[in-house]
Design a protein around this ligand. Structure first.
Ligand code: ADP
Ligand code: MG
Length: 313
């Protein structure tokens, strides 16, 4: 883990995103053939990463960044992946022993995907999601986040990316018990120093999106397990992150509630274009994903995409 992860897992780390210019973006529809200009999506010049673009400095990361003097529309033919793993490995060292968490994983997650990392206990799901969520670093290989190599970024920059671009949902909701549901969601915006009224308004909207309007004033202990996990989803969603990562989000729910949580993911994915990457060992949950990365002993055993209407297997 990065030492600086800084926050308790699942708390401030769970936040938001902004496109350059500060406007809250419409969430991606699947397959939109556009490469967004993102804050922090600049040349790797070894300096303060990710602040603004200065065409006079360093090599442009993309031909369209070259200034021709006249403004012109920018369009591209393929979306940049949210995350791309290239030959990624994570080896744990236990004294003399070396345990492979993930071995030579290569794949990309594009905007708008609905993907599961599937596999039995010990197959490497948490290890892989921790790498994708910048909670841990690979020992070998490269991880690109929105086109930029983040494998060796300083901890501070990785924290900022996590806060601004990734929403996390954990196996156990990790809500703050003394805060109300609304405050738990607003927390993800408070840490960005947004005005209080805006935090509360957006938190209320996020709770509505997960079907919890009217329950914002309750504390977690007055909510059911499924409702708490919905609050956790609202908290992950509220900052409009590039994607939501969820490590076995249904593992502590009964099977009926688990399927309802998947219905919610599905509705957010289809209705708002939210990109999800979640893990599970439950065949009924795995069957709901359109993209299935199956792990075995730390290796990607298969990587399949189901037909768009064929999610349920
Ligand atoms: P899953 O989430 O699929 O259950 P994990 O990613 O937790 O799998 O674990 C993958 C492998 O890495 C397992 O063999 C596990 O014992 C090992 N592992 C995970 N975390 C650590 C750790 N911190 N130290 C040593 N070995 C670990
Ligand atoms: Mg796990």
């Amino acid at each position: 883990m990065d030492e600086d992860a800084g926050f308790p897992r699942g708390l401030p780390d769970v936040v938001p995103c902004r496109l350059a210019g500060g406007a809250a973006p419409a969430l991606e529809a699947p397959g939109v053939p556009v490469r967004h200009r993102l804050e922090g999506d600049g040349p790797e010049d070894g300096e303060e990463h990710g602040h603004g673009q200065n065409p006079a400095k360093g090599s442009p990361a993309h031909p369209a960044e070259v200034s021709t003097g006249a403004p012109r529309p920018v369009s591209y033919t393929r979306p940049v992946a949210i995350v791309e793993a290239r030959d990624l490995s994570r080896i744990y060292r236990l004294g003399e022993e070396r345990v492979a968490g993930i071995r030579s994983a290569s794949f990309a997650i594009s905007p708008g995907e609905f993907a599961v990392v599937a596999g039995p206990s010990g197959s490497g799901k948490t290890t892989l999601l921790n790498l994708l969520g910048l909670l841990d670093r690979p020992d070998e290989g490269t991880l690109l986040f929105e086109g930029r190599d983040v494998s060796s970024l300083p901890d501070r920059e990785r924290s900022r990316l996590r806060r601004d671009r990734i929403g996390f949902v954990f196996q156990s909701h990790q809500l703050v018990p003394v805060l109300t549901a609304l405050e738990n969601v607003a927390l993800a915006l408070w840490i960005r120093d947004l005005p209080e009224a805006e935090c509360r308004r957006r938190a209320g909207e996020a709770l509505e999106a997960v079907g919890l309007s009217g329950l914002g004033g309750r504390r977690p202990d007055a909510l059911s397990g499924g409702q708490r996990q919905r609050v956790a989803v609202a908290r992950a969603l509220v900052g409009e992150p590039a994607f939501i990562l969820a490590d076995e989000p249904t593992a502590s729910l009964d099977s009926e509630t688990a399927l309802r949580l998947l219905d919610l993911f599905d509705a957010l994915h289809r209705g708002r274009g939210v990109t999800f990457v979640f893990s599970s060992h439950d065949p009924r949950i795995i069957g709901r994903a359109r993209r299935r990365l199956r792990l075995k002993d730390g290796r990607i055993e298969s990587d399949e995409s189901a037909a768009e209407n064929g999610g349920a297997a």
